[in-house]
Ligand binder design. Structure first.
Ligand SMILES: CC(C)(COP(=O)(O)OP(=O)(O)OC[C@H]1O[C@@H](n2cnc3c(N)ncnc32)[C@H](O)[C@@H]1OP(=O)(O)O)[C@@H](O)C(=O)NCCC(=O)NCCS
Length: 148
């Protein structure tokens, strides 16, 4: 495919992003209030990926001190493995490099059992730097990964 357009999401995209979040993360999606606060937070940036004008993926990232933290990234199942998430992550990395020093850390917490996401981040140059026991509400461990 590879005709995706990545653009910055604005508060007018709140419902669009929420629908994508729901479609990808189901019960773990943020509610409307949480997305409202993400869109209202100056340190958070959100992007959407469009394919043939349809929204197919999203990514949110936050500047936390000297670090860039990827908060969420998701692509609709039927649009996976076409490089959409890679492009979204590149947008987040570009912003981090612009706002922060080039050697700022880019971090992500991934559920230890999310093998697809772990493979994705590893492919894009992220390495495990720590494991957080029972990090998630359901008791799952998180693996903290950093872009090397
Ligand atoms: C993880 C996710 C965002 C990847 O999105 P994507 O658009 O399919 O990823 P890309 O096409 O950009 O993948 C780039 C490379 O990463 C690797 N990769 C991506 N998904 C993978 C998977 N499920 N298994 C193994 N490798 C994978 C591949 O090397 C891929 O390149 P290739 O297709 O040429 O082999 C997507 O699977 C998703 O939305 N998952 C559910 C939500 C989620 O778990 N988000 C992460 C939470 S931390």
């Amino acid at each position: 495919m590879n005709h995706e357009i990545i653009r910055v999401a604005t508060p007018a995209d709140l419902q669009l992003v929420r629908q994508l979040d729901l479609a990808v993360f189901g019960a773990e999606a943020y509610n409307e209030q949480q997305w409202n606060s993400e869109f209202g937070e100056a340190s958070v940036a959100i992007w959407v990926a469009l394919a043939a004008e349809k929204a197919v993926g999203f990514c949110s990232a936050a500047i936390a001190g000297d670090d860039c933290e990827i908060r969420k990234i998701g692509v609709l199942p039927e649009h996976r493995r076409f490089g959409v998430a890679k492009q979204l992550l590149n947008s987040a990395s570009d912003l981090a490099a612009t706002l922060l020093m080039r050697n700022a850390r880019c971090l992500i917490d991934v559920a230890a059992n999310n093998t697809g996401a772990l493979a994705f981040y590893a492919r894009l140059g992220f390495k495990e730097i720590a494991r957080r026991k029972r990090y998630y509400a359901n008791g799952d461990d998180a693996i903290l990964m950093q872009k090397i």
